[in-house]
Design a protein around this ligand. Sequence first.
Ligand SMILES: O=P(O)(O)O[C@H]1O[C@H](CO)[C@@H](O)[C@H]1O
Ligand SMILES: Nc1nc2[nH]cnc2c(=O)[nH]1
Length: 291
Amino acid sequence: MHSKDQICYEDYQQTADWLLSQTQHRPKVAIICGSGLGLLADALKCQDSFKYADIPGFPQSTVQGHAGRLVFGELKGKTCVCMQGRFHMYEGHSLCKVTFPIRVFKLLGVETVIVTNAAGSLNDTYHCGDIMVIKDHINFPGLAGLNPLNGPNEEKFGPRFPAMSGIYDKHLRRLAFDICKSMGYAQFVQEGVYCMVGGPNFESIAEARLLHKLGVDAVGMSTAPEVLVAGHCGMRVFGLSLITNKVVKCYDDTEAVNHESVLEVGKMRSETLQTLVTELVGRMDINNNTA
Ligand SMILES: O=P(O)(O)O[C@H]1O[C@H](CO)[C@@H](O)[C@H]1O
Ligand SMILES: Nc1nc2[nH]cnc2c(=O)[nH]1
């Protein structure tokens, strides 16, 4: 590794090579579990798992509800790798560290990334426990110049100026809605725009009103960096937000969000999310080459 914030191609390759030497699994799909959503990994069969602390080059999870384990296994016979815990900018990680696993996944042969997160809703028609299929995002840190793709471009991964229109795969979004309909989930599944803010504080009321005016449906402190890096290296992206709370927009409201209640809602919906992700992977069009 060069300096603290600079990661080179060989660093990603070293971590990927180490993982390939430790497991027979050759994943085509990566799943990133949001806050309180780590139980998603329980659905994987024939598991091989690694603590982040034991993986060369991997950052460490520091947030409650992010176990810090990389789990390989199968969903409906398709090989997946699942991050039980992600990295956030507010933990003090550089954005290169936050997105380090994505490029490692690319080198493992992953073609599709499923990102999940816990988020607060700004859309008045949403309820706690709703699942929002992400249609698009607003990346506030990115708009302000905080971008994991800053610095010399690594051409082996992708182009200097990647397009981000259509980054959330239309076909997978449609498939998710079909699955939700057939599973009886349709009444609590939404489609909307996710907004990333830096955190770690939740929104002030004036900030919440601003996001509402901008047409944001759900807000959180993650996801956009991982999506940018996955898109940059040509991976297909699908995203889900679990609505864990309503963002307070009214000065008379005495309710205040906290991380514990966010995790509670994650637990409540874990089985539903497991089913949805399992079915989605099962019906995805991928070439599965299990070593
Ligand atoms: O985005 P994930 O990792 O799901 O976590 C969300 O939940 C935490 C706040 O409760 C924040 O980290 C926010 O980003
Ligand atoms: N920024 C932000 N992140 C969240 N993660 C879960 N809920 C929220 C929220 O209301 N705001």
